[in-house]
Design a protein around this ligand. Sequence first.
Ligand SMILES: [Zn+2]
Length: 84
Amino acid sequence: MKSIRIQPVGPATFQIDVVCDCGANALANEKTGERSLRHEVVLGDVPEETHAILFCERCGKRYRLHPQWSHFHVSDEPATDGKE
Ligand SMILES: [Zn+2]
């Protein structure tokens, strides 16, 4: 990713905006399809299957928002060519 904006909105809640390598922002949440500058992350013991995956509709790159108890990770996620 090019940059990340992190806005605290509560003791364990953050709103995250990831700017893709291609320069696009307002990425889409892969599960809900919602495009937003404010993807919410709540810290805690979040099971992997519920991690948010942000998807760039312009170039197809994906980024994972991975909350843990005291912090969260934002990482590149492999492309899923052929995924339905
Ligand atoms: Zn992109």
